[in-house]
Design a binder for this molecule. Sequence first.
Ligand code: NAD
Ligand code: GDD
Length: 336
Amino acid sequence: MSKKSVLVTGAGGFIGFHLVNYLKDRGYWVRGVDIKDPEYQASSADEFRLLDLREMDDCREAVQGMDEVYNLAADMGGIGYISGAHASITFNNTMISAQMLKAAYDAKVQRFLFSSSACVYPQYLQDVPTVVPLKEDDAFPADPEPGYGLEKLYTEKLCEYFTQDYGFQTRLVRFHNVYGPLGTWDGGKEKAPAAICRKVAMAKSGDAIEVWGDGKQTRSFMYIDDCVEGIYRIMRSDYSGPLNLGTDELVDVSGLVDIIAGISGKTIHKRFNTNRPQGVRGRNSDNNRLREVLGWEPSIHLSQGLIPTYAWISGEVKARAEREAGIEHIPTIAAQ
Ligand code: NAD
Ligand code: GDD
């Protein structure tokens, strides 16, 4: 039997990069597609193509000959990024999602997985830190995160219509804040776990770091290994409705800082800044349906997953500092 051929879009990004490794380990032939190369390491994909999936011709090229599609490409980032560029994010992601879905259907792809987000959930259900965990059916009546969350919710429905009207097999995964090694850690798109790892790595013991908000806002965070395992299990399942993929381990942002400081071995003080973006007040995943469908749920605790994450980010911070120091040394050496 020949190997199954699968496409991972967004393979130059965080989750896509790890998913390509996961699928390669399971014997798939993998095509990775992104608008840019992976930032930190070369992709293990059998083939990696640079394409702009806002263009229909590029979507058609990407899906050609593929049995299954994991559509992870999106213009995305942490709350600072997604709340600051509604027009471009909504436009870019609308073009990518709708055209990838149509191109995959036209190419007779067998299964299409869409990476949605916890940002589809109504803001009125997330206005207290002691949030009730969010169930899949809570998404309506809708009041999603403006721009980014609205597009995710709309594309979920579009996938559902392709299933209802054309029998096209789609899978809808609502990720809750994913972290781990090789995730964006600076430049403005980083999410809270990576941003705080970076700030702690750059601080000396006894320093204060800036923490957005008052630290009482809550989230659940999912380690990347659980994320790719869950994506794969959902793709293999027969369930085509939306599914949460996250942990239900609720932590406040101040607590997140404490865990990272503990891992670093440094004494870290917090300087809260309520003028910075904060997003919803509380967000947690209800995993009942995930458990029913898969008999599985993410299980890696935050305090475990942050150990390799902090190690990788502090290594990157150190390497960057050495590079910058090296660059400064070059003229001095040349001048000698
Ligand atoms: P990421 O930014 O690391 O990866 C997304 C990739 O998509 C990037 O490499 C980017 O270059 C690529 N891309 C953007 N525009 C493109 C275009 N026009 N053509 C081709 N490629 C393009 O983000 P991620 O964390 O890996 O997220 C993957 C998916 O999961 C996204 O759809 C995102 O919305 C969703 N998601 C992620 C999280 C999370 O916590 N990481 C949470 C909710 C949803
Ligand atoms: N990014 C960031 N950087 N957030 C910080 C920082 C910091 O230095 N310090 C504290 N925070 C706080 C934010 O104010 C927010 O309240 C919380 O940490 C979480 O921020 P993010 O991780 O940036 O985003 P989010 O959880 O609000 O939303 C993210 O997760 C969604 C899925 O659950 C985003 O990445 C969305 O794009 C994603 O869909």
